[in-house]
Design a protein around this ligand. Structure first.
Ligand SMILES: Nc1ncnc2c1ncn2[C@@H]1O[C@H](COP(=O)(O)OP(=O)(O)OP(=O)(O)O)[C@@H](O)[C@H]1O
Length: 362
């Protein structure tokens, strides 16, 4: 097997529970009429990790979240939170377990008639803590999210990013075992999104907080997740460390979700691409690990006589691992030269695909 494109790991149904699992789902199914919203979902979130679940609209993400916090009951399968099976519990038994999960939402869900500090302290009020204790904890959390000076402000006077910071502080008030983020940055501009994601990563590191994050944006996954699970039509179609899924997306849906943030063949060249004869072959080269770290192209030029041109591409860093895609144009008239180029790149653990030929686009 190509060592730089490791097979992505799957957690089989019935895997013995590990004590470090904060969440474990086994064979979760939920159907609405003819629609299987969840069709046998099994996955685990380990203590201290950030798991990202990504899928398109209608893939089953909301249903999964509702099963996790006990708002929805699965038709079959199990939901374990900190080792306790919750899917068959009644409302009264669910209440204390729900408090082990802090949630943040796309539209923040703050109470407009309450001050920032009272919003943050709300989960503690529900738990019956005295006011002085609640406010002390709120002050601590507002400092953590960088909003101490807004303690007495009302939500209406805050920006979207500030509102989400309050949402994060509130979600942490009762010291949850898990932070569940439901499209928490989808309503924010790119810069604010980056700052909120940086804050979540910071809190994950500082407090060792376990985070399960649901999104439809690969950029969010790339920024902060340790592991990613791709959901489509109620099934986990791919799962693994983020960099390995980025380096070697197996399913068409993952490839398509990655499309927006990975180098693509420029439209001008794609338009002229033919599967027939042409003067230049267009190669797509995926590299990761050592091949992406080293001087791949200058080594190619030194080892294989003859020309080639870089037409597009780049190396990105995902979880500090280089992951790249390059597009080369290689003269097609000399078949041996083309074969040598491909053989050299494959020997360097690159994945090479001949996309087609172009007559001439220079
Ligand atoms: N209460 C319901 N009644 C009928 N169908 C439902 C219900 N809830 C979900 N579905 C269907 O189940 C499928 C999964 O829906 P779900 O809301 O979980 O997806 P999603 O990934 O969260 O989508 P989105 O990102 O658009 O919110 C969809 O086909 C949806 O129409």
């Amino acid at each position: 097997m190509n060592q730089h494109f490791p097979a992505t790991a799957k957690i089989p149904v019935g895997t013995p529970e590990r004590p470090e699992d904060v969440v474990r789902l086994t064979g979760l199914k939920r159907r609405f009429g003819a629609t299987p919203a969840l069709d046998g979902v099994s996955l685990a979130v380990q203590k201290g990790e950030i798991l990202g679940i990504i899928g398109r609209s209608g893939a089953g993400k909301s249903t999964l979240i509702r099963c996790l916090n006990g708002l929805e009951r699965p038709d079959s399968g199990q939901v374990f939170i900190e080792g306790r099976e919750i899917s068959r519990l009644g409302e009264r038994e669910l209440q204390p377990l729900r408090r082990r999960i802090g949630m943040i939402f796309q539209h923040f869900n703050l109470l407009s008639a309450k001050t920032v500090e009272d919003n943050v302290a709300l989960p503690l009020k529900i738990e019956g803590h005295p006011r002085a204790e609640r406010l002390a904890r709120a002050a601590e959390l507002l400092e953590l999210v960088g909003l101490s000076e807004k303690a007495k402000a009302y939500p209406a006077s805050l920006s979207g990013g500030q509102k989400q910071r309050v949402g994060i502080a509130r979600a942490l008030a009762a010291r949850p075992a898990l932070l569940l983020s439901d499209e928490a940055t989808s309503a924010l501009d790119p810069e604010t999104t980056r700052s909120i994601l940086a804050l979540l990563k910071d809190i994950n590191r500082q407090l060792g907080l376990t985070i399960l994050l649901v999104t439809h944006e690969m950029e969010v996954i790339r920024s902060i997740a340790d592991r990613v699970a791709v959901i489509d039509a109620g099934r986990i179609v791919e799962e693994g460390p983020v960099w390995s899924v980025f380096a070697d997306p197996k399913s068409a849906i993952t490839q398509s979700l990655l499309g927006g943030i990975r180098p693509q063949l420029p439209a001008e060249i794609a338009r002229r691409l033919t599967q027939g004869a042409g003067t230049e072959a267009i190669l797509k080269i995926d590299v990761a690990g050592e091949a992406a770290r080293g001087p791949l192209l200058s080594d190619l030029a030194a080892a294989v006589p003859g020309s080639f041109r870089l037409v597009h591409g780049g190396i990105d860093y995902v979880q500090r691992q280089p992951v790249g895609t390059l597009f080369l144009a290689v003269p097609a008239a000399d078949a041996i030269h083309l074969e040598q180029v491909i053989a050299f790149l494959r020997a360097r653990e690159a994945r090479v695909e001949v996309l087609g030929h172009v007559a001439s686009f220079a």
